[in-house]
Design a protein around this ligand. Structure first.
Ligand SMILES: [Zn+2]
Length: 281
């Protein structure tokens, strides 16, 4: 194992560009499980669980709340739950430590904003499915995405019986209509200016790395993931000097034969793997 870890550190050290791809498994290693009806979910969202019957944060995200005051109670509480510690987890700190001096770019489907929280700059980050801390117009009357921190933390604090007072609701500065969190839960999700700019930055990064030593560092992305994993596989296959490094658990760790020679897979707890890599650095 130590040999593998040394090889990973060498690849990172020698890389001209590192693309980090992260999904749900990374959040789980931080202790946040979007799909679980676990003790944390029951503690933080137990009243919603009883009232509406949903059994996980992700089900709550897709739940058709009958009233705005209930919708905002859930989404502001989710925001608070993801970011309440105000400080990045040791998992994210270690990841940042590992690549901070390198030329990197992050692509993630995670909505918890933990990359930014750990110090990853906005212009090196593409959050494909949005972020729990941004707002958009429900009607999509214009393309702008708004920072929602102030309003969301206020709503998280001032809710009673699973409801937020009407006067705290955000409304669209253009059409005056309702707003929603900018995460991909329905067809309203805006792929406007800032989303498109991040997507373009991601494509530019890959284009510039063409032919060079590119490291694809994949963290907790499921074996059948099409959004992040499939493009990574493709790049690993076509880029001559690519190295594909994947951290995952058990059956989710998957390396196709075609890229096996360029790949290093670590089956284990991502939190521990990152910790060890940083210690050995
Ligand atoms: Zn509007």
């Amino acid at each position: 194992m130590e040999e593998k870890f040394n090889k990973i550190l060498t690849k990172i050290e020698e890389a001209d560009g590192i693309v980090i791809g992260a999904s749900n498994g990374l959040s789980i290693s931080e202790g946040i499980h979007l799909f679980a009806d676990n003790a944390a979910f029951q503690e933080n969202f137990g009243d919603f669980r009883v009232k509406y019957g949903f059994r996980s944060i992700i089900q709550g995200c897709f739940y058709p709340f009958p009233y705005e005051e209930e919708k905002w109670a859930f989404f502001s509480r989710m925001y608070d739950y993801f970011l309440y510690k105000g400080e990045a987890s040791s998992v994210m700190k270690n990841l940042y430590e590992l690549v901070k001096d390198k030329n990197y770019f992050v692509v993630t489907s995670n909505i918890d904003d933990h990359f930014r929280q750990a110090g990853f700059p906005n212009d090196r980050l593409f959050e494909i499915e949005g972020s729990c801390r941004n707002l958009q117009c429900v009607n999509g009357c214009h393309n702008h995405i708004y920072p929602g921190d102030e309003i969301l933390s206020k709503m998280a604090k001032h809710q009673e019986n699973g409801k937020v007072p009407l006067d705290l609701f955000p409304s669209c500065p253009e059409c005056g209509g309702p707003m929603q969190v900018h995460i991909e839960v329905d067809r309203n999700f805006l792929r406007g200016e800032s989303w498109e700019a991040s997507y373009q930055a991601y494509r530019d990064f890959i284009e510039k790395a063409h032919g060079k030593k590119i490291v694809l560092l994949e963290l907790g992305v499921g074996a059948r993931n099409q959004l992040i994993k499939a493009p990574f596989m493709n790049l690993a296959n076509h880029e001559e000097h690519a190295a594909y490094i994947t951290f995952n658990k058990g059956p989710e760790l998957f390396i196709p034969d075609a890229i096996a020679e360029k790949s290093i897979g670590i089956d284990g707890n991502i939190a521990e793997v990152l910790q060890q890599l940083v210690q050995m650095k």
